[in-house]
Design a protein around this ligand. Structure first.
Ligand code: PLP
Length: 421
């Protein structure tokens, strides 16, 4: 079969011409290197700034200047109801009902809050199952959380690892580990995509396997949100958390996202730590005793909307509203497929692509594992105007974001790599 791809600038430019999403690129600010736009393949770490963010922040500054406290009711986007702006766009991106999603705090904080509600250890069933090599913050959160209840993390956390020298965890191994330990596990807490390997987990099967044994299924979707479509409601996922500064382009430290299945919103047996922003707006300012949580995910909100920590995400989601996650995913697959083709043409650098090549098992990120000199090669890439990141041990993560990256970016990346020694 003829390869459908060509390692040429004209081919890449032809692909960009055919790309219906190519116009979104001009809605983002690109960092500049030596007077030229850098090749930015780091949207898995920090998405680029959408150009509409500045005026969105200006609007809130203006309303605060003009209205002071009146902005809670009378700002263009009243601050009292600010979180509501996020429900619709996020429900489409995360495959859930509008009532099942909210924004608050930040990712690790939300992970703890969700565990407070959904990690209900008993003497027999107190273990959490997760992937080995999870993002460090998740490891710390889970380790300290089980210790908080008096359990020994070495006993209470079950990690599923890749076999032998493999870099990818086999789906079947996850399911059989859940089954094997079903009598002692009460919570399954995997990421949707592993930050290091770029492996996309089969969230539906994990959820089904967990539920079959009465285990709650939660996910950390930091690397999934805005990258890969999910169907959290239909898959019956119990809860999920994510951050908004990776593929969602909400800016550094932007407010975190939370999904909670609707069946829990009114379930009084689900305990939670409350705050006034989770209380019904109609009684919130009566300042009376008795917490009445809103009957949806926002019932988990606690504090006053952090408007300046939310406004960039609000602006960014307007861009997502102008397209849809399915179209983004289709372009993303085409971009990474092309990038894999190009990487396979290189014979001057020695690396393995450890991310699954099967596009059902990955998102936008390809992890290049360098057996040696990974860090040096990363520095050479940076010096040549490529923005990618390095993660120990040995991995350079390369993540073209379909909203703003082009096939030409992939080709220019390849040309620079070809010139490295
Ligand atoms: C990016 C990322 C985090 C970061 O958490 P913060 O609380 O936002 O600092 C945590 N977990 C995973 C899986 C991530 O990818």
């Amino acid at each position: 079969m003829n390869d459908p791809y060509e390692a040429s600038l004209s081919f890449a430019q032809k692909k960009d011409k055919e790309d219906q999403l190519s116009t979104f690129r001009s809605q983002f600010h690109f960092p500049v290197h030596n007077g030229k736009e850098a090749i930015y393949f780091c949207g898995n770490s920090l998405g680029l700034q959408p150009k509409n963010v500045e005026s969105a922040i200006q609007q809130e500054l203006h309303d605060w200047q003009q209205l002071g406290v009146g902005g809670y009711m009378h700002a263009k986007n009243p601050w009292l109801f600010y979180q509501q702006n996020f429900c619709k766009p996020l429900s489409k991106i995360m495959g859930c009902k509008e009532e099942e999603v909210t924004v608050m705090n930040a990712l690790t904080v939300n992970l703890h809050f969700m565990m407070l509600s959904f990690y209900r250890p008993s003497k027999e069933r107190y273990k959490i199952i997760m992937e080995a090599g999870a993002f460090p913050s998740d490891q710390y959160a889970i380790e300290t959380h089980v210790a908080f209840y008096g359990f020994d993390p070495a006993d209470a956390i079950i990690e599923v690892s890749p076999r032998g020298n493999e870099k990818i965890i086999r789906d079947a191994d996850i399911l059989s580990a859940i089954d094997k330990h079903k009598d002692s596990i009460c919570l399954s807490l995997f990421s949707g995509i592993n930050y290091y390997s770029g492996q996309l987990f089969d969230m539906k099967s994990i959820t089904d396997a967990a539920h079959k044994s009465g285990i709650i299924a939660g996910f950390d979707l930091a690397h999934v949100a805005g990258n890969v479509p999910v169907q959290l409601h239909d898959w019956n996922v119990d809860f999920a958390v994510w951050c908004s500064y990776k593929y969602l382009n909400g800016g550094p430290g932007a407010v975190g996202g939370v999904y909670i299945h609707e069946k829990y919103a009114k379930d009084k047996s689900v305990r939670r730590l409350g705050g006034w922003w989770g209380n019904d707006e109609r009684t919130r300012f009566k300042m009376e005793k008795g917490f009445i949580p809103k009957p949806d995910a926002s019932g988990w909100n606690q504090s006053t909307a952090q408007v300046f920590n939310m406004v960039s995400l609000k602006a960014s989601l307007e861009i997502f509203e102008a397209t849809d996650i399915k179209s983004l995913r289709a372009k993303s697959i085409a971009l990474t497929d092309y990038l894999i083709f190009l990487l396979n043409q290189l014979n001057n650098l020695r690396f393995d692509i450890i991310t699954p090549l099967d596009n059902d098992k990955r998102g936008a990120q390809l992890s290049l594992y360098f057996h040696e000199k990974g860090k040096e090669i990363h520095q050479k890439m940076i010096d040549a105007g490529i923005i990618v990141d390095y993660r120990e041990p040995g991995v350079i993560r390369v993540a073209p974001a379909p909203l703003y990256n082009s096939f030409e970016d992939a080709f220019r990346f390849y040309e620079i790599l070809k010139s490295l020694d």
